[in-house]
Design a protein around this ligand. Structure first.
Ligand SMILES: NC(=O)c1ccc[n+]([C@@H]2O[C@H](COP(=O)([O-])OP(=O)(O)OC[C@H]3O[C@@H](n4cnc5c(N)ncnc54)[C@H](O)[C@@H]3O)[C@@H](O)[C@H]2O)c1
Length: 269
């Protein structure tokens, strides 16, 4: 029997604008046949870019597209609730919105800069996953397409970072915001196992996206990390998206609370 991914449920992706990881995840879901997808991003223009790309290549996909801030509780609640009203349920939730912030030691970091990073990366991810889990625990499991696998009620994939596992110079606020996502993922995975919901996270290494390439300072800042990794190149957003889809799929039916590193070997060196 040939076994392929199927995504009969509803996907939701935050940070889905532009050409970064979230956009690649949204397009990958559409290309894998997921036909109900809700996408959001703070930037309406880049979100529109993702919408157009999916409408052109996968016209059968039903999209819900709403710009907003993941650090705004009201927006998060209304977006998730609208997605459920429009699509009826929520099966694959990918929390990808994030910011890098400046390169500074703690003694040079303002409280405002620390709060901004943590509000988006950690608190924003928690607000989204809480709203997603609240919906998932209420719904029936999707029947499994694969007779060897148990049905699943939902899968959450949070995007953390290799920098949630290892340290980096001048990155205390970013690194801790991503370590918090890994810890939150593990805790939620324990709590929602009994509901047949899996919660995992992906820890990308340096990936070629607007976040890592938007100016020369950032490119220079990240160059040593690319050189340290045995594979000595930036990863592609699609390489992270493949991992996310795997974790959402029933192929990953026994993977729970995991932090899956996609970093060209950076953390083993
Ligand atoms: N690119 C990398 O090397 C790398 C490495 C490890 C982890 N990550 C993480 O992957 C995720 C995606 O990053 P990316 O590299 O694709 O960068 P990106 O900048 O292309 O994508 C991040 C997206 O999040 C959106 N966003 C920012 N703040 C937001 C907010 N408050 N509310 C809603 N949306 C918001 C941005 O508009 C952007 O479209 C981030 O969480 C990032 O921390 C990236």
């Amino acid at each position: 029997m040939t076994r392929t991914y199927t995504f009969p449920g509803v996907a939701i992706i935050t940070g889905a604008g532009g050409t970064g990881i979230g956009a690649a995840v949204a397009k990958s879901f559409a290309s894998a046949g997921c036909d109900r997808i809700a996408i959001t991003d703070l930037n309406p223009t880049s979100l529109n870019q993702t919408e157009q790309a999916i409408r052109e290549s996968y016209p059968q996909t039903k999209l819900l597209v709403r710009a907003g801030n993941v650090a705004d509780e009201q927006f998060v609640e209304s977006f998730i609730s609208e997605a459920v009203t429009v699509f009826g349920r929520l099966d694959y939730a990918v929390n990808c919105a994030g910011i890098l912030g400046q390169s500074l030691r703690s003694t040079d970091t303002s409280t405002e800069a620390f709060d901004q990073i943590n509000n988006v990366n950690y608190r924003g991810c928690w607000l989204c996953s809480r709203a997603e889990l609240r919906q998932m625990i209420k719904q029936e499991s999707l029947p499994s397409h694969d007779p060897d696998r148990v049905p699943q009620r939902g899968a959450v994939v949070n995007i953390a970072s290799q920098l949630g596992i290892v340290g980096r110079p001048n990155g205390p606020a970013y690194c801790s915001s991503k370590a918090a996502i890994i810890a939150m993922t593990r805790s939620d995975a324990i709590d929602y196992s009994k509901d047949d919901i899996r919660v995992n996270c992906v820890c990308p290494g340096v990936i070629e996206t607007p976040m890592t390439t938007h100016n020369e300072e950032v490119r220079e800042r990240l160059r040593p990390a690319v050189d340290i990794a045995p594979m000595k190149r930036m990863g592609r957003p699609e390489e992270v998206a493949d991992t996310v889809l795997f974790l959402c799929s029933t192929f990953a039916s026994f993977i729970q609370g995991h932090a899956l590193v996609v970093d060209g070997g950076y953390i083993i060196n």
